[in-house]
Design a protein around this ligand. Structure first.
Ligand SMILES: C[S@@+](CC[C@H](N)C(=O)[O-])C[C@H]1O[C@@H](n2cnc3c(N)ncnc32)[C@H](O)[C@@H]1O
Length: 272
């Protein structure tokens, strides 16, 4: 593999969404032991509980830290969660102190960017690298994936969740740009409007309630995350596979999203 890449990307641009603010509100309002259990169930189901127990886990773009904490509750030996957003890291540390203080010695949170080759290169190697819904928001998705891939030790597991390519994806890019240009006090309007539309579309496509608490998340906070989440990139399962396998990985499992604009979940194993 090549050296880790340093790519500024556009995550620091004026248009970039402040995920930390959304994580802060979500955590204060809703995060509790039930949501942590739901996060742990989803993590264990995707990665495999046996692969997490005792493992070194890196949660790339950890957001609220819920999945780093969940990994510790599943018995991970050492967990590092990192995120570019300083407020997100503060929220993650607060969630750890409140939800699983007994795991505090096994979980660390650090501010850093997946695009910063120097930072990523200094983190070492992990048995499980979990990058759920983060690398498509860096502003340079493929270099970010290459950097994250370098964190995976031989025989290790690399989980990527990335927005699926869909015919509406370019339109969503435009909507996200306009949303981030929109003054904060006006955002409740698009939140309610698009939230209603997304609610109805999700019902129509899946036939099940959009309010289902998947991964311990929440529909209305997810709407804000979705509308604001810029930079935004997307790729089909085949596109991701074609990029990641040549780096020494084999695709073990691919799960398409419930709705076509959602995230494909891909589980790769690094060849030993
Ligand atoms: C949609 S959230 C996903 C959070 C978490 N992985 C989860 O599953 O709940 C995307 C996260 O990626 C982070 N992010 C964006 N660009 C990043 C970068 N260059 N390096 C690290 N994290 C980044 C954001 O700050 C945000 O917390």
């Amino acid at each position: 593999m090549t050296e880790p890449k340093d790519t500024a990307g556009s995550a620091g641009s004026a248009l970039a969404f402040d995920f930390g603010e959304n994580w802060d509100h979500f955590s204060r309002d809703l995060v509790d032991a039930d949501r942590l259990r739901a996060a742990a169930a989803s993590l264990g189901d995707l990665v495999g509980r046996d692969r997490i127990a005792g493992a070194r886990v890196c949660d790339v773009g950890c957001g609220s830290g819920l999945f780093s904490i969940a990994a510790a509750t599943l018995g991970a030996g050492d967990v590092l969660g990192f995120d570019i957003n300083a407020r997100g890291i503060a929220v993650a540390r607060r969630n750890l102190a409140q939800l699983a203080p007994e795991a505090a010695e096994r979980v660390r949170f650090q501010q850093g960017s997946a695009l910063d080759g120097g930072f990523v290169g200094g983190l070492g190697r992990f048995d499980v690298v979990y990058a759920w819904g983060s690398l498509h928001h860096t502003g340079a998705m493929w270099p970010a994936i290459e950097n994250a891939a370098r964190l995976v030790d031989e025989g290790g597991t690399f989980v990527l969740a990335l927005y699926n390519r869909h015919w509406t994806s370019p339109a969503w890019t435009a909507i996200k740009v306009v949303y981030n240009l929109c003054p904060r006090r006006l955002r409740p309007l698009p939140n309610a409007l698009f939230g209603g539309l997304i609610y109805l579309a999700t019902w129509a496509v899946t036939g099940s309630s959009p309010l289902r608490k998947e991964r311990g998340m929440d529909f209305w906070y997810d709407v804000i995350d979705w509308l604001g989440g810029y930079p935004y990139e997307y790729a089909s399962i085949d596109e991701v596979r074609a990029r990641v396998e040549p780096m020494g990985f084999t695709l073990a499992e691919a799960r398409p999203p419930r709705v076509p604009t959602g995230c494909n979940e891909l589980v790769f194993r690094r060849q030993g």
